[in-house]
Design a protein around this ligand. Structure first.
Ligand code: FAD
Length: 297
């Protein structure tokens, strides 16, 4: 992993709920895209009011990172690379403005010259070789990834995209060509109950012929638990035919607190759920998430 120093070059409001920030700077000269449409990076944000002072971590031998001795820890968040322009040394990231987060607040106030750190990217979208159709479903946080995936998917692939946004003013223009069908749904996104689970089962009802298909779903973590279970257990999709990625945690401030308040025996039982060496990671995740739900987490 590499940590790059990135400087805000431009800020462009896209809608009332999303703003695009373009970064450049010498630190991005070695930034290398994976070429995968949902690639994301970890952003390291300023720890205090000085928007030019970022405590950039150092990379470690095991591929991780650590804060240099004596320096404050930079708040870290994950964001999608919406676009990369290597010839200009620029990247774009689209931030949801949701009123109460470190990253969202930073983005809402961003000005040219502000500095952050960002890691080398990782892509998760991984369709099978026989891909002929795909379903992409997300809330606002996955809109940058879905837009890029739509731009980069071949014309031979049919795409059904469903995006849950807070309301009509969050709708953006998306690639529109034969083979792409997009539906905007209003709700979720911290403004009301998320319908992501119901949207997935409506888009891929039981009995769907899944030959050549791939399903990618991202958004609010707790609504994705039943999505993962539905795709894997009800539709019996092989793991290579879907990707479900939790993008944000509702009530994130108290989640860790509530987890740590669980009895030690429960926490150790939860940890031990990951120790089944022969099980697919998806199946372990389903078991883990279902236990978390039982404890109200
Ligand atoms: C792989 C990946 C890619 C992502 N790509 C993007 C992206 O391109 N653009 C983007 O905007 N986000 C993206 N996200 C989601 C983003 O990382 C989270 O929304 C993150 O919590 C925002 O950090 P914050 O500091 O603003 O809020 P936090 O400090 O993390 O959270 C503060 C409070 O805000 C709430 N909150 C967090 N996010 C939201 C939200 N979106 N809507 C409503 N309430 C929220 C939390 O529940 C918490 O109560 C991505 C996440 C992942 C894992």
């Amino acid at each position: 992993m590499t940590i790059h120093r990135a400087v805000v070059a431009r800020v462009q409001p896209l809608t009332g709920t999303m703003t695009r920030i373009t970064f450049d700077g010498a630190g991005l000269a070695t930034f290398t895209s994976t070429g995968i449409g949902d690639e994301y990076v970890r952003l390291f944000l300023p720890h205090g009011p000085d928007r030019g002072d970022v405590s950039l971590p150092e990379t470690t031998d095991n591929g991780g990172w650590q804060t240099p001795e004596g320096r404050p820890v930079a708040p870290m968040r994950s964001y999608t690379i919406r676009a990369v322009r290597p010839e200009a040394g620029e990247i774009d990231i689209d931030f949801v403005l949701h009123d109460h987060g470190v990253a969202s607040g930073w983005a809402a106030a961003a000005r040219p010259g502000d500095v952050i750190g960002l890691s080398s990217p990782t892509g998760l979208y991984s369709p099978p070789a026989d891909l002929s159709w795909q379903v992409l479903i997300t809330d606002l946080t996955g809109l940058p990834a879905v837009t890029r995936l739509l731009e980069e998917t071949s014309d031979q692939v049919t795409t059904r995209a469903v995006i849950e946004v807070p309301g009509p003013s969050s709708v953006q223009s998306l690639p529109d060509r034969p083979g792409i069908r997009t539906t905007w749904v209003h709700g979720g996104n911290g403004h009301g109950p998320s319908r992501l689970a119901e949207l997935v089962s409506a888009a891929i009802p039981p009995g769907t012929d899944l030959t050549g298909g791939y399903v990618w779903v991202a958004g609010q973590t707790n609504s994705l638990r039943s999505v993962r279970r539905y795709l894997r257990k009800d539709l019996k999709l092989p793991v290579e035919r879907f990707k479900v990625v939790g993008y944000w945690v509702p009530d994130a401030e108290t989640w860790t607190e509530r987890y740590e308040a669980l009895p030690a025996a429960v926490r150790s039982e939860l940890d031990s759920l990951w120790d089944e060496p022969d099980d697919e990671a998806e199946d372990l995740t389903i078991r883990y998430e279902s236990r978390l739900s039982e404890f109200g987490l």
